[in-house]
Design a protein around this ligand. Structure first.
Ligand code: BTN
Length: 303
């Protein structure tokens, strides 16, 4: 993989902006060693992916777009410019940490697929220490939380494609990766969420909040809402019926004819239900088959 010099310069600039939202052009030019004419050109380019502007020779990054400005109560927020994968970094911190990265070199999707993680997206992993009951509900809770945060903050009408892709008009706007380590009576869970917010999209079947809303948005609105819900995960479990109802009401996959690639082979059928642990029930050749998300490589609609 070849990374461009432009990208490195942007990462260097972000490294400074993370610590201080406002810089004079000259000061940042001295700090980074990038000549000020080049610097102003790069800042202009960065304003396509960040709420960054250059005004009266001042570079200003909106604090609402800089995750470092958030101080979530009861959490440790670790904001990094460049990582391999936030899933990996989160394992080095204790529970109730949230790792946010501006760029991932090794962003991971489900089944070890690559997750493209360009500048302007929201790439996070939250590590939480949860009871078995709470952890078991995550496959249902996390998509609902992600979908709700897009809806309440930007009025986006997203749907869930099973197991937990967040889609708008058939295109993926967010993906979720849940990993866990088991301990006696507890799980340390690593909930990875990737939201295409202001990043550029190169895939046909993906979209971004920027594309949907029509302008660049402050990422902290999404981040703060998601963290707020994670802090109240107990409440979601206590009201699990409501949670399951919300999941089902927003499930795009229900009653759809699908082809599913599983570990054992391909299944064609109609999705008739999803159980509380997140397994899908498919009716195929007059038989009902229950499939766990970890059994499924790929699910495709055929109607
Ligand atoms: C998927 O849809 O396959 C899941 C994608 C999950 C991507 C997020 S981005 C933050 C976290 N770090 C990763 O490497 N992956 C998850």
């Amino acid at each position: 993989m070849v990374y461009s010099e432009k990208l490195l310069k942007k990462l260097l600039i972000l490294h400074h902006l993370i610590q201080k939202n406002e810089w004079s052009l000259l000061e940042l030019s001295w700090e980074t060693g990038i000549p000020s004419d080049k610097l102003s050109k790069i800042i202009k380019e960065m304003s396509k992916n960040y709420l960054i502007k250059l005004e009266n020779n001042k570079i200003i990054w909106s604090p609402a777009d800089n995750p470092s400005t958030i101080r979530p109560w009861g959490w440790r927020l670790i904001h990094k410019v460049l990582v391999g994968s936030t899933q990996q970094v989160a394992k080095g911190y204790g529970p109730w940490s949230i790792v946010v990265a501006e760029y991932q070199l090794e962003g991971r999707g489900r089944y070890g697929r690559k997750w493209l993680s360009g500048l302007g997206g929201l790439w996070i992993t939250a590590s939480m220490s949860l009871s078995n009951e709470e952890a078991a509900l995550l496959p249902i809770a996390v998509p609902v939380i992600t979908l709700r945060s897009l809806e309440t903050q930007f009025g986006i009408n997203a749907k869930i494609k099973w197991p937990n892709d967040i889609i708008v008009d058939g295109r993926k706007v967010a993906g979720i990766l849940i990993e866990a380590e088991a301990f006696p009576n507890r799980f340390i869970t690593y909930v990875g969420i990737g939201v295409n917010v202001n990043n550029d999209i190169s895939l046909e079947d993906a979209t971004s909040v920027k594309n949907i809303v029509g302008s660049i948005v402050p990422r902290n609105k999404i981040l703060a809402t998601i963290i707020g819900w994670f802090s109240r995960i107990r409440k979601l479990v206590d009201d699990r019926e409501e949670l399951v109802k919300q999941y089902m009401n927003n499930l795009d996959t229900l009653n759809r004819r699908v082809i599913i690639e599983t570990v054992q082979g391909t299944i064609e059928g109609v999705v008739v239900d999803v159980s509380e642990d997140g397994s899908i029930i498919v009716e195929s050749k007059a038989k009902k088959i229950s499939l766990d998300p970890s059994d499924v490589y790929k699910l495709r609609y055929i109607d």
